[in-house]
Ligand binder design. Structure first.
Ligand code: SF4
Length: 275
């Protein structure tokens, strides 16, 4: 009964309705990841303004001027992060990270996978048990659904896109990441985005979208509407784990994916391919 109530609350949140405060919500140990709002007021305060030399920008792939400043306070938090010049260097910089309290219980740090110069990047919340065991994002049931969306729905190879999470280590018992963990880990995500420089980001679920946009708006109100992530087009949509519980909403995700395909200038597969 408690599990049913939790699922119901998660569903309300995904649909844009209010539930109890995220800090009081426990998560099922083995279930798919929920997407809940981080308590922004608990996130560590921004670091002081860094020296100009640490300011990073987003140069476009065609060499035109940068479109938006990177979050300089994130680079300032880890001096040298802004100097990593490819994903391998970034992974080396992260190392066997112990920068937050998630480190001791992880099996594998789940960095990201896919095309290092992908036009399309998917950003989820945090690794679950399968991802922790294999060291790869989106490999469980929700991951298989994401793969289906990419391969059957979009007509692309999974290896053609880049996939990662906001948080690189699994929160114990699949609980929601806590604000201090997000604050510790998000500099790595921002650097990943800088290095991949995708044309489009798809934010998967409430938590990932809220962490990227620094808003509290529920995914039910954001999904389907283009957002700007520091000069990059971003489409918020439901997390595949939510779709496993609410398959009727696949049609909404399909509509969002169609928007993404149009933005990328790619042909739409037949309607039947995404069922
Ligand atoms: S979650 Fe991020 S900051 Fe925390 S230990 Fe893992 S890699 Fe480091």
């Amino acid at each position: 009964m408690l599990a049913s109530l939790r699922d119901y609350v998660e569903q309300l949140r995904e649909e844009g309705l209010e539930g109890p405060p995220a800090a009081t919500e426990a998560r099922p140990a083995a279930g798919p990841r929920a997407a809940a709002a981080p308590a922004r007021d608990k996130i560590a305060p921004p670091a002081p303004t860094p020296p100009a030399a640490m300011i990073a920008t987003h140069p476009a792939r065609d060499g035109s001027p940068a479109t938006a400043a990177a979050p300089t306070e994130l680079f300032y938090r880890y001096p040298g992060l802004e100097k990593t010049d490819d994903l391998a260097a970034l992974r080396e910089f992260i190392g066997e990270c112990t920068r937050c309290k998630l480190a001791p219980k992880r099996i594998n740090l789940v960095f990201g996978v896919g095309n290092p110069s992908a036009d399309l990047m998917f950003v989820g919340e945090a690794p679950g048990a399968d991802e922790d065991a294999r060291g790869e994002p989106f490999v469980g049931r929700a991951g298989q659904l994401l793969t289906d969306i990419i391969e059957r729905g979009m007509g692309m190879a999974r290896a053609e896109v880049y996939i990662c999470n906001v948080i690189k280590c699994r929160p114990p018992d699949n609980r929601n990441p806590e604000p201090d963990e997000v604050a510790a880990c998000e500099p790595f995500l921002f650097r990943q985005i800088d290095l991949v420089r995708p044309r489009v980001i798809v934010g998967l679920g409430t938590f990932a979208v809220q962490a990227l946009l620094k808003v509290k708006t529920p995914i039910g109100k954001l999904r389907g509407n283009w957002q700007d992530f520091r000069g990059i087009r971003m489409m918020p949509t439901f997390h595949p784990a939510y779709l496993l519980r609410n398959p009727a909403d696949k049609r909404l995700v399909w509509a969002d994916i169609q928007e993404v395909m149009r933005e990328l200038g790619r042909p739409l597969p037949s309607r039947g391919a995404q069922r």
